[in-house]
Design a binder for this molecule. Structure first.
Ligand SMILES: [Zn+2]
Length: 113
């Protein structure tokens, strides 16, 4: 997971100066993580979509500040680098994503072991 995040961050910074937000991965002992039923294996991570203004704050995919093209590019970078099993995100205008409740201000990325 960390290699994937660091690799994609390097690739991303080569073409865009905005930072992307990385959220929950898992707890060290793999126990339940708040309201998540997943995030126990270290192979799942929540990532914020990109904002047009680049501010490091949340954005929902239906807000005007949401940058769909940049978010699609970021998801494509993850897919190109890592063995991505699934991406849960409610903006179905982006290829390969699966809508899932409460995934309107972050996308959930699952990697294969
Ligand atoms: Zn998640």
């Amino acid at each position: 997971m960390m290699m994937t995040l660091l690799y994609v961050e390097r690739e991303w910074q080569a073409s865009d100066t905005r930072k992307f937000g990385i959220g929950n991965i898992s707890l060290a002992n793999g126990t339940a993580y708040g309201e998540h039923s997943t995030h126990k294996s270290g192979l799942e991570v929540d990532i914020r979509p990109l904002r047009k203004d680049g501010l490091p704050i949340p954005v929902y995919w239906y807000n005007k500040e949401y940058d769909q093209a940049a978010t699609a590019k970021l998801i494509a970078l993850f897919r190109a680098h890592a063995s991505v099993r699934r991406v849960l995100f409610d903006d179905t205008g982006i290829p390969f994503v699966t809508p899932f409740k409460h995934h309107d201000h972050h996308f959930h990325l699952e990697l294969r072991a």
